[in-house]
Design a binder for this molecule. Structure first.
Ligand SMILES: [Zn+2]
Length: 72
C-alpha cells in the first residue's frame, strides 16, 4: 500500500473516542496521524502503522503535492 500526506485511512482498532478514521499528517520512518473525530495526534513507527491500517478511504492529491514540495 502506498501512503501519502492527506490520506484518510481506516485503522483496524478504533480510537477510544469511537472513530477509526485517521488523517496522515506526516509520513516516513515514522508516521504522524490525527484522529478525524477528536483531533488527537499520535506518532508511530511505519511498521506499526502499516500493520494497523485496514484501508485507505480517501486521497488528497493537493495535500500530497504540498507535502512533497515542503520536503525539497
Ligand atoms: Zn479520536
Amino acid at each position: 500500500m502506498q501512503f501519502a500526506v492527506g490520506d484518510i485511512v481506516q485503522m483496524k482498532k478504533a480510537h477510544p473516542c469511537g472513530c477509526n478514521e485517521w488523517e496522515i499528517l506526516r509520513e516516513g520512518m515514522d508516521f504522524r496521524i490525527k484522529c478525524t473525530k477528536c483531533g488527537h495526534m499520535v506518532m508511530l513507527p511505519r511498521v506499526k502503522f502499516e500493520k494497523n491500517v485496514k484501508k485507505i478511504l480517501s486521497h488528497d492529491p493537493e495535500k500530497a503535492r504540498q507535502a512533497l514540495e515542503e520536503d525539497f
